[in-house]
Design a protein around this ligand. Structure first.
Ligand code: SF4
Ligand code: SF4
Length: 552
């Protein structure tokens, strides 16, 4: 990334893709400048864009707005990003997060979907900025998501508050942080106002000269608390130096800092109408398009001369700017770069060394079948008609008979990859992690079966899952109906009937993010660990201690 910046080139893919999925919003906040009617990308265009991004190696997807939840297909779009192995951070005002939508979001693994909820102070301060009742509705949305996660038995999801520090919440700010902590928020990202040319006070939110001494003292306390980890300000994710810089920003005393802006290097930003946009060097983030995802491949936009010209503007930017989201604190100076390069270089080496060591050590054969649930939906349920509707819900079911009669419906479901996002839908990354863990632990399952409660043919990346198992030298079997055989040539060669999945003793199941064991009876299947968060080898060693490894 540093070399990309030095040479003004695209030597690395962006870290994240931010998309204004809509510019519509149900609120009218006084400081908002990004809320108006605009053409929007369709569901298909958005999922296609995510496919391109995933193929480029982009790891994070940020759906932004407007209010993203205005779009009824948002969950489907996010599920697609998750299915393609991306991490998603959803930024929302929370007011549309009703229980049914919270339940749909809770179906996505907490490790993959984080949420940023905009809250600009207590009810009084927030509603003055965002409209009467907005605070109560935002908190109802927050609680709905927490409840939905709890109902599914999910681990605690990261939900951060995005809090603008402004004139209206200055005095109660620390008490508000304490309240957020008590409410269970995972963190707080403190935001800073942009001055609006047409309204220098930003709806009365901008600090007056009389406020500034109070702001000085507050920001010093916040930075100290952030450093010491004492007090509610420890919830803040902003760097202490950035917190100390806030009063200078409001005094117009911030000089361009020696650390660079990474806009156009780390982030690729797409507006609702599909135009690629970025900061113009004057804090106008939607000014001037340099590409259009409706007409160009994402990869071409990223490498284009037009973006190169925009990067030159960013590189020369001297605007006093406090955009923490662009990681402006990161520096061209060598030590952090060398550290990052060394860490990056070390990761694959570490993994290779661990795998080599595991190969040298004789593996402990586990007389278990690892059953990897690629899909939790069975293929013999009715409901294909749902696929014909543009507003098809995630989790829609597919009937093989209907699929045969309607290949177009299957194709669309296939392309979306969202037929089976209600539960399960384990992807390559999860399977790779489980197999890596087992390798490192020196454990060797007897076989890998893909597909458990559902039809593995519903998984769009099935051939890649099979290839992964084969590369690891496992005897791979795929439980799917014939209906999908033509779509997965590699898996078809290893197809067994769905009913043939082993259900007796000696089976281990990865289900959603959990690893379960079923040594005795399917009905007694116990959840024994969470494969996202734990080492699968440790989980299995607990379930199958060495003395039982050859007898189960
Ligand atoms: S919730 Fe966000 S997008 Fe909507 S008006 Fe407020 S700031 Fe703008
Ligand atoms: S430093 Fe700030 S104003 Fe300059 S390009 Fe980056 S985000 Fe824009």
């Amino acid at each position: 990334m540093w070399a990309s910046r030095a040479l003004v080139r695209s030597l690395a893919p962006p870290d994240w893709l931010s998309v204004n999925v809509t510019l519509r919003c149900n609120l009218r906040c006084v400081m908002c400048t990004t809320c108006y009617d605009s053409p929007e990308l369709t569901t298909r265009e958005l999922t296609g864009l995510l496919d391109e991004a995933a193929d480029m190696g982009v790891r994070v997807f940020n759906p932004l707005g407007g209010e993203p939840l205005v779009r009824e297909d948002l969950e489907e779009v996010i599920a697609h990003a998750v299915a393609r192995g991306m991490f998603v951070t959803l930024t929302t005002n929370g007011t549309l997060l009703r229980p049914e939508r919270a339940a749909r979001l809770a179906a996505l693994p907490p490790s993959r979907l984080h949420v940023n909820l905009s809250l600009d102070g207590d009810a009084d301060a927030h509603d003055r900025v965002r409209g009467h009742g907005a605070f109560a509705r935002a908190m109802a949305g927050y609680r709905a998501l927490r409840d939905a996660d709890a109902a599914r038995g999910n681990p605690v999801r990261t939900i951060r508050a995005n809090v603008l520090l402004h004139r209206g919440n200055l005095h109660g700010y620390e008490a508000f942080l304490a309240w957020l902590e008590a409410e269970g928020f995972s963190g707080v990202q403190q935001l800073t106002l942009f001055r609006d040319e047409s309204d220098a006070t930003v709806g009365g939110m901008w600090f007056t000269p009389e406020d500034l001494p109070v702001l000085d003292a507050l920001c010093a306390r916040l930075a100290d608390a952030r450093e010491t980890g004492i007090g509610p300000a420890r919830l803040l994710v902003n760097a202490p130096d950035d917190l100390r810089a806030v009063p200078r920003y409001y005094r117009d005393g911030l000089t361009p800092r020696d650390a660079p802006c990474w806009a156009g290097w780390k982030e690729l930003y797409v507006n609702a109408d599909g135009r690629a946009v970025m900061c113009d060097g004057t804090l106008d983030f939607l000014a001037g398009a340099y590409g259009d995802v409706r007409r160009q491949a994402l990869r071409d936009i990223w490498r284009s001369d037009a973006l190169r010209a925009r990067r030159q503007v960013v590189k020369a930017c001297t605007t006093p700017c406090i955009q923490g989201c662009y990681l402006r604190r990161e520096s061209d100076s060598l030590p952090p770069i060398a550290g990052a390069l060394a860490a990056n270089a070390a990761r694959p080496v570490e993994a290779r060394v661990a795998r080599t060591l595991a190969r040298l050590r004789p593996p402990r054969p586990l007389d278990v079948t690892l059953v990897f649930e690629a899909s939790a939906r069975t293929s013999d349920d009715a409901g294909l008609e749902a696929l014909w509707r543009p507003d098809v819900a995630p989790g829609a079911r597919v009937s093989p008979a209907a699929l045969r009669a309607a290949p177009e419906g299957l194709r669309r479901a296939w392309e979306r990859g969202s037929v089976d996002t209600d539960r399960g839908f384990g992807g390559e990354e999860l399977l790779a992690k489980v197999l890596d863990d087992l390798d490192r632990g020196g454990l060797r399952p007897r076989a890998l079966w893909i597909g458990w409660r559902g039809d593995a043919g519903l998984h769009p990346a099935l051939d890649r899952l099979v290839a992964l198992g084969e590369r690891r030298g496992l005897d791979v079997r795929v439980a799917m109906t014939e209906d999908f055989a033509a779509l997965h040539p590699r898996a078809a060669a290893r197809r067994v009937d769905v009913a043939g999945v082993p259900s007796g003793p000696c089976r281990v199941v990865t289900w959603d993010a959990r690893v379960l064991t079923d040594p005795h009876d399917r009905r007694q299947t116990r959840i024994v660990g969470n494969a996202w968060e734990e080492d699968a080898a440790e989980v299995l060693a607990r379930a199958y201690p060495p003395s039982t490894s050859s007898s189960v």
